[in-house]
Write a protein that binds this ligand. Structure first.
Ligand code: SF4
Length: 271
């Protein structure tokens, strides 16, 4: 697990405890000793390993945003984007993918969900959010009063990062034009950015724990950052905060907010 994910988890847990009025944290003697010990001297930062550059001969597909996308049939534009994604070799993630995962859903959505990138199940099926995290996302969508077919679901990168690692900045940069083009043609009223990577990719802002629940903008579209379903599976108490974020989305859309309890039932399972 990355240090970033551990940090996010610890911060979310401690915030939850403080919100519940607790001032003392129950930590093991080993943690107390570690906190009391002086920090080791910083290691000199190593230069990041160079990312292999693919030759121009394989980079036959440009993800450049088509300025004429507005006014075009979204179904055709989405199919065209999916076709270019399937051929894309702009970053190293093309090397180990089985299927590209362009995203799927309603071509005229009120609501769009954007995650980080495909996992193993998505890579096998070519569909976004179909694994365990996807099942939880489905329950979240249902709890909001939508079906999956009524929303659009996509990711910042369209190919699976090896071992489900976080996409690297140059991979996100290479892939984001596809997502921007999708958003331009979909024109959702609200984008829900799922997790730190989606928020970073769309807004350049860091720190999901402090950003979540606060409205942001992407190209003039309201954007709500919230926790990624995979994080919620590991940290069930954070579902309460995620549900608050989704309720704010419903209010922004002018849709009914389900009564207390029904939202929880939509998110209660961690399967
Ligand atoms: S992740 Fe995106 S940019 Fe990289 S190869 Fe796949 S489609 Fe192309």
């Amino acid at each position: 697990m990355t240090i970033r994910r551990v940090l996010d988890g610890v911060e979310a847990y401690l915030r939850h405890e403080m919100d519940d009025g607790r001032v003392l944290a129950d930590v093991s003697p080993a943690v107390v000793r570690a906190l009391a010990a002086p920090l080791p001297p910083r290691r000199e930062k190593r230069k990041p390993a160079p990312v292999p550059v693919l030759t121009p001969t394989v980079d036959t597909v440009s993800p450049t945003v088509d300025p004429a996308v507005a006014g075009k049939d979204p179904v055709k534009v989405l199919a065209d984007i999916a076709g270019r994604v399937a051929e894309c070799r702009r970053c190293v993630l093309c090397k180990q993918r089985n299927r590209t995962v362009p995203g799927q859903g309603n071509p005229h959505p009120e609501l769009m969900f954007v995650g980080e990138g495909p996992g193993a199940d998505e890579d096998r099926q070519g569909l976004a959010f179909v694994g365990r995290a996807g099942q939880l996302l489905t329950r979240m969508i249902t709890a909001m009063g939508f079906t999956r077919d009524e929303v659009f679901i996509g990711n910042v990168v369209k190919c699976r990062p090896p071992d489900n690692r976080t996409p690297l900045p140059d991979e996100m940069e290479a892939c984001l034009p596809f997502l921007r083009e999708q958003i331009a043609v979909l024109k959702p009223r609200v984008i829900v950015a799922l997790g730190a990577t989606a928020v970073l990719g769309l807004t350049q802002a860091k720190g999901i724990c402090k950003l979540r629940g606060n409205w942001m903008l992407f190209d003039g579209i309201d954007l709500m950052p919230t926790f990624h379903p995979a994080y919620l599976l590991r940290n069930p108490p954070a579902k309460r905060e995620a549900w608050e974020d989704l309720k704010a989305v419903l209010v922004r859309l002018g849709r009914p907010v389900p009564p207390v309890g029904s939202g929880k039932s939509g998110q209660s399972s961690s399967g």
